[in-house]
Structure formats: C-alpha cells, structure tokens
Design a binder for this molecule. Structure first.
Ligand code: CA
Length: 223
C-alpha cells in the first residue's frame, strides 16, 4: 500500500518510514503541513499518517481541509501521550483512528489495515473472491485452498486492485503503488507484473479495459 507520512520530526519520521518500508509499503514523506493537500489531490494514497504538530499548517487544519474537500482517504492521527483533547478533536475532524507516541509499529500496521478495511466497507479481514482468499495482514494468498506466492511488487499491484473489486485503476495509478516519487521505472513493468499475477492466480483474475486501466472483476452474486 502507498502511505503519505506527514511528520516534521526527522528522527521519528525516519524510523516510521523504515518500518513501513520493511512492511512493503511505499512511503512518501512530507514534513510541511502545507504540502499535504497538494500531495493528496495529485497522487493516490491508501492511507495518510498525520502528525498534529506541524510547521506551516497544523494536522487538525489539514484534516478538516481534506474532509471539506470530500477526500475520503483514511487518516490515522499521531498524537502525544497526554494530548487527549487532540485525539478527540482529531476523531471529530474526520480521522479514522489515532496512535499515541511512542507507538508500537506492529500496532500501527494493524490499525492501518483496519482503517483501510473499514474504508472499503469490509468487516471481514480476509478478502474472498473468484476462488481466492487474500489475507492483507500476512499478505498470504490461497487459490482453491493452495498457497500462492507473489513477489512484493506483484502483491502490491494485486492488492491495490482486489481491495476494491470492480474499480478500475490506470497504469499510472498502479505504477504509483510500486514506486515512490522520483524512482525510475520500466515502461512495461506493470504489464510484466500483471502477466505474472495472471499466470499464478488465473488468466481472468485481472481484466484490462483498453485505454483505461485494469480491474479485478466483482464476483457475480449467486443465482
Ligand atoms: Ca511534530
């Protein structure tokens, strides 16, 4: 998943970024509150991790601004231990959840997965469709009960598509899942990965909508 990390403290930001990357997340890190709205409106993020005390614009102002613009990206607010008031204001301003500094990275990862799950209207942790079971927590996939292994990049692409079945993502949006800002990418990287995913999970699992993008089809309701 692709995460926008908003944190002005270099040490905290660095350690969060490293942990998230170890968790296979693509992390874009901004330190100034004024950069958040532009980032969210120009790039697709699965989640925003938002510190409240920021230069330029406070976390709460940012949050209210995003929600006023109907940006529905899940936001987890990061607050100080004694700032109960901030936590309440954060949740009231449209945050999906919060973590208290210093926090455990495993707990943060679990809260991130849960916030994304709720934002997609799913109550069950595992995704089941087309004979597949996908467990975003452990990144495990089973096809008709048999485990299937995708590479990190293949998984990132597949997860982006399967989290919202029926939703088309363009090649650019998929490329964003693979690379943070400024990284080089091969022009046919997405096609190569999708070919590998189809080979492992079935040729019809990802559909190509010519000139538009890719999707994992919704499952037809049983008749
Ligand atoms: Ca701060």
């Amino acid at each position: 998943m692709r995460v926008l990390l908003v944190e002005d403290d270099a040490m905290i930001g660095d350690s969060i970024k490293i942990s998230l990357m170890r968790d296979n997340c693509i992390v874009d890190w901004v330190r100034d509150g004024r950069m958040v709205e532009t980032a969210v409106s120009t790039e697709h993020f699965d989640l925003v991790l938002l510190d409240l005390g920021l230069p330029g614009k406070s976390g709460l102002e940012i949050l209210r601004g995003l929600r006023q613009k109907r940006e529905s990206v899940p936001v987890i607010v990061v607050t100080a231990r004694d700032a109960v008031d901030d936590r309440i204001k954060g949740l009231d301003s449209g945050a999906d959840d919060y973590v208290v500094k210093p926090f455990d990275m495993d707990e943060l990862s679990a809260r991130m997965r849960s916030a994304i799950r709720r934002s997609t209207g799913r109550a069950e942790p595992d995704i089941r469709l087309h004979g597949l079971r996908i467990s975003p927590g452990s990144r495990e996939i089973w096809r008709d009960g048999v485990p299937v292994y995708l590479s990190g990049k293949e998984y990132a692409i597949f997860e982006a598509l399967v989290i919202r079945p029926g939703n088309i993502l363009s090649r650019d949006q998929l490329e964003e899942r693979l690379y943070g800002w400024g990284d080089e990418l091969d022009s046919n990287a997405i096609e190569v990965h999708i070919h590998a995913i189809r080979r492992k999970l079935g040729s019809n699992i990802i559909k190509n909508v010519r000139g538009v993008g890719y999707l994992v089809p919704k499952e037809k309701p049983a008749e």
